[in-house]
Design a protein around this ligand. Sequence first.
Ligand code: GLC
Ligand code: CA
Length: 558
Amino acid sequence: MSPLKSRKERPWWRDAVTYQIYPRSYADSNGDGIGDVEGIRSRLPYLKQLGIDAIWISPWYPSPQHDHGYDVADYMDIEPDYGTLAQAETLIKEANDLGIKLIVDIVPNHTSSDHKWFQAALKAGPGSPERDRYMFRDGKGPNGDLPPNNWEAVFGGCAWERVIEADGKPGQWYLHLFAVEQPDLNWENPEVVAHLEDVLKFWLDRGVAGFRIDVAHGMFKEAGLPDIRKDPAASMLGTEHKPFWDQEGVHDIYRSWRKILDSYPGDRMAVAEAWVSPSERIARYVRSDELQNSFNFEMLTTLWDAKEIKTKINNSIDALEEVGAPTSWVFNNHDVVRSVDRLDLGLTNHGDTTLSRQGDPKKLNIARGTLRARSAALMTLALPGGTYLYQGEELAVPEVRDIPEDRLTDPRWKMSGFSDRGRDGCRVPMPWTSNPAGAFGFSTNASLKPEQAWLPQSSWWGTYAVDTQDGVEGSTLSMYRKALAIRKGEEGLGDGPMEWIEAGKDVVAFERPGDFACYINFGAPIELPSNSQVLVSSGPITGHTLPTDTAVWVRLVS
Ligand code: GLC
Ligand code: CA
């Protein structure tokens, strides 16, 4: 274990609690039913009170919103629906003044097809420098009618799209590993490299603490763009090595980005969204001259099982320990089914957003799922390393499964031939008030109805609202606030050593410095040590008995 350094001595990103905001769905300040920058700003006091260290904002740049901002049309401005650059600058400053760091989302693998570079590439024609910024290729077959290889888009369908050339005839194909409107950039092109460096500096100059790097394992493609194996076992997001994921070239980029980050004062950082495995592959992104954090997605793919969770914790910590990096735990984000549902139904994959694999909602036991999600949160917040939370998890909202089909917006829905409902169910606008006016307080426009928010809110959504949980003993919000406050006060939580406690096969238990311990019970009720003093728990506890599916933080008093 790395030597324990005090909070003041260690960089903040080693154990920060970062709260992800999906800007479209957080708070709407101008009444149009779409979240915006001023809306986020109006909620800074809430975030301060919650006790997080940093916020990460999903892409807020001008975008035609085919993938809700992950299709960027201009990396150096703000989406007009969300506000202005000046408002973003004020938000960054006010957050910083409150002691909250702000991280922006950088999307380097692809741009929007509306980006001026892509528009220029379409006009300029084959062989031009404009096309070289993207992955244009001639098709196969006698007339180039067939795609250049057999790659599939992550959202479904072919990863290649054919364009119409100036002569009005079908011509070259371009690669899009995601939506058709998200053409992949060519990272062998020096202009691409230089532009993204400018983008980093642009935001660093404006006071952001760092970046979340979208599809950080993409960008480089294997020379020759070889075909991939085609069988169900070799799915696009599966673990088998692919010629478009986790290529060596990405590490050169991160080494140069690290130099840029280090050239600014105040421990600027970046976190990789790299869906790679095993953990040793993740560790390569956080070597000492590369990025500071890389999401640990192990907990998104876990069953609610003590043995499996223990193994995953050990593997993750050990692999990153090798390179001296902290683990960055993730239990929720805008791409996966909410933890309440996942941990109850036993959904285990990044691909679990498909309709067939979303599990049977009739089998969902919300009370049990909620308890498990809360226990999982307490567990992560007690583990060494940092934690990334996703808006709404502090309210324990479940996945929303009753969005009418004609209101689904995720590109997955269309690209899967309307078989995969996609990720909208975890992106429904935040419920702030139990009163439905203003879409449960999401909007300043009191006459906006819940179904009029950009993604409709269901009638039951208000039962999770902030105002029903605020100050209520035993609510999920109170549990998060309490845990985050304790975490701040405990020098030993966050970065530093941990030790397993043997407490039975259905229990995950570990000790942290300061006589602090965390117990999570996956089985029948157990007795906690008689010298344990309860600090916070995920559910009701009487005496020293820890019920099923419940987690607790205790101080072991001597
Ligand atoms: C990442 C994002 C996801 C997006 C995709 C394409 O996985 O988290 O939301 O759709 O990249 O940019
Ligand atoms: Ca708005």
